[in-house]
Design a protein around this ligand. Structure first.
Ligand code: LLP
Length: 465
């Protein structure tokens, strides 16, 4: 039922629906809701042709709902933008730390993307999803020997982060089968984002110190058990400015010259990820195309000036591929009014399925899936159900009058939610479904109480005491 309400509070949910402007393809990272979001004639939210309330009835709550169309569109836009603006070869890698699971890796792979992994677990997931090891790049500042071995045996490329790792690989490699590596370097570039997710500044735990470049290149060029094919840098995440990546691209071309002077044949250059996404109305990230284009231009111009052949250009976006493809549906339960102070409503999840608000003070927006056009008349704080006062999903959310049983949908939860989820307070982690063309498939089963106990061991002497 679409009711008639004063203009300013009317169509509360519809203001978040993606709108095509001037026939320009929508860049998913600039939207709050997935591209297939619709309000159906019952006034309920639909994603991928599936009614969100029905999904919750069928698969339980809380529920991650991943829209295949949006995820594929983001993959395609990255891939096509590099093809359009870069004259050399390019390869987009999905930074699977944003959400590592078989289905997401398989979709990225089907769209022609490779995968960036940062642990043995992510590597195992990508390999099991059928990703070719030639398209897997293994990151991390403290990989174990066991993890390195797994990567070497699989023939994935190892992105070497530091001297310790470099020397370990020299011990592990052999000249008959040189290990394919890239070097991660710290570019010394500042960008404006939360300090926990900034990585390119000099005081970073990641990568070789740029003041030691010559030493590193000289060392690597002497090792016949290593095949160093490229350089890598990543300056941070959730970045809206365009200049830092332009600066990065030009610094990285300088590195190519430096590496060449040491006799290294560097053919790949990886500019990392970092493109921001819209979480709230005022967030204004560049589109995927707008992010890719200047990077390509800077590299092409710099290579032309220096008379260098164009390297294969790699990038590894995570957040901008998956964040806005997914929503989290919760069920509203209790509420508490503190007159003159604050009104709370509580949902059946919180910091265990989305630790970003409590970790980075991240801000989200929500709609009520079963009241999409109801007037937005309340200011309420959406609390999680964990025994922790800081477990707040959204502070001062603007919502319609909300009752117990309503389905509250938090938008843009595809990146660093499921992958950072925990069992805090022994909450089973939610299920995830993939939706497309009116069909929903479970891609992650909801944990059961039995799952929670799977790793627990009770020593004999504690039994029956
Ligand atoms: N490459 C490397 C080496 C990275 O460290 C990262 C992210 C990426 C690529 C992907 O960056 P993206 O395109 O997603 O910005 N948990 C934090 C984000 C941590 C990002 C870590 N590295 C959050 O929830 O905001």
């Amino acid at each position: 039922m679409v009711s008639t309400h004063p203009a300013e509070v009317q169509n509360f949910g519809s203001k978040y629906l993606p709108q095509i402007k001037n026939n320009i393809e929508i860049s998913p990272n600039q939207e709050l809701l997935p591209l297939t979001a619709k309000i159906n004639n019952q006034d309920y939210l639909e994603i991928g042709g599936c009614d969100v309330q029905n999904l919750v009835e069928q698969f339980g709550s809380p529920l991650y709902i991943l829209d295949e169309t949006t995820l594929r569109a983001a993959c395609r836009q990255y891939r096509d933008s590099f093809k359009r603006y870069y004259q050399g070869k390019s390869q987009v890698l999905y930074a699977s730390k944003a959400w590592s699971c078989l289905a997401v890796c398989a979709i990225a792979h089907q769209e022609g993307l490779g995968i960036d992994v940062v642990s043995g677990g992510e590597l195992h997931t990508a390999l099991t999803a059928g990703v070719s090891p030639t398209k897997i790049y293994f990151h991390g500042n403290n990989k174990s020997r066991e993890e390195l071995n797994l990567a070497i045996e699989a023939h994935a490329t190892i992105v070497v982060d530091n001297w310790h790792e470099l020397k370990t690989l020299v011990e592990m490699g052999s000249p008959t089968q040189p290990i394919r590596i890239m070097l991660r370097l710290t570019p010394g570039i500042e960008c404006h984002t939360h300090e926990y997710i900034r990585t390119g500044h000099l005081d970073s735990k990641f990568g070789f110190d740029p003041n030691q470049l010559d030493e590193v290149f000289a060392f690597v060029s002497q090792q016949d058990c290593l095949n160093c094919i490229g350089v890598h840098a990543h300056i941070g995440s959730q970045i809206f400015e365009r200049q830092p990546h332009r600066d990065l691209a030009s610094v990285m071309v300088q590195w190519l010259t430096q590496a060449t002077s040491h006799g290294l044949n560097i053919t790949e250059l990886n500019v990392g990820g970092g493109l921001g996404v819209k979480y709230i109305e005022s967030d204004d990230p560049p589109s995927i195309e707008e992010w890719v284009k200047p990077i390509c231009e800077v590299i092409q111009n710099a290579c032309a000036e220096l008379n260098l052949p164009l390297p294969k250009l790699l990038s590894e976006p995570g957040r901008s591929l998956v964040a806005t493809s997914c929503i989290t549906a919760y069920t509203v339960g209790s509420s508490k009014e503190i007159p003159g102070i604050r009104n709370y409503i509580a949902v059946d999840g919180g910091m265990s399925d989305n630790p970003r608000p409590i970790t980075y003070q991240s801000v989200y927006r929500a709609v009520i899936a079963n009241k999409m056009s109801a007037p937005c008349t309340e200011t309420v704080t959406v609390a999680g159900k964990h025994c922790e006062s800081g477990d707040i999903v959204i502070k001062n959310a603007q919502l319609p009058k909300t009752e117990s049983g309503d389905i509250l949908v938090v938008m843009a939860t595809g990146a660093y939610n499921c992958s950072m989820a925990s069992n805090y307070n022994r909450l089973p982690r939610p299920a995830a479904v993939l939706v497309a063309d009116g069909e929903a498939n479970v891609i992650l089963r909801r944990e059961t109480y039995q799952d929670l106990l799977r790793q627990d061991c009770l020593p004999e002497r504690l039994k029956n005491s």
